[in-house]
Design a protein. Sequence first.
Lengths: 116, 115
Amino acid sequence: NAGVTQTPKFRVLKTGQSMTLLCAQDMNHEYMYWYRQDPGMGLRLIHYSVGEGTTAKGEVPDGYNVSRLKKQNFLLGLESAAPSQTSVYFCASRKLAGLESYNEQFFGPGTRLTVL
Amino acid sequence: GESVGLHLPTLSVQEGDNSIINCAYSNSASDYFIWYKQESGKGPQFIIDIRSNMDKRQGQRVTVLLNKTVKHLSLQIAATQPGDSAVYFCAEKKTNEAAGNKLTFGGGTRVLVKP
């Protein structure tokens, strides 16, 4: 049981290049999230998904796209990278809440992205 | 928009002492408050949560206190250990399954444990 994994761990892009970050979870979780974390700051939600085939915008969605074609994978795309997108990106997943509300999100180890 | 924030960016604690990490929130509609721990180079890890109708909840060596009158949340760590050195984030949530039960995170407090 690997939990939440992210690839790649590090990446350097030039302005205007594109790339896709992959998040995978093996816990059969319904919900998946993409966050960015800038130095000295908390996490800000980019996009999220409440199930396979569905995605929604979070707090800072501009410049990013996502897809959830399979339940276990959540992809984050940058079509034309900008220096402002230099950040550490975290993926998280969470199971569907039952009768009690459930608040634990499981996070991946992060991807450190630098855009020159 | 409404947000969650923290009073102290860095907290130095002697090993064995108790730590208290504070957080202020502004969204009175939030029904859960959560604490996460982030060690260097890792993703955040859930510690404990508290429902808005409670004022105290205890876990293993941790206690979360909620004061809704002044919109204040705190995390107390008993007998702080070197492994407690990390950045601690508070987060709030307004339960909405259809909207993903999104969390709003605060800015974080770094805890440094001195031997």
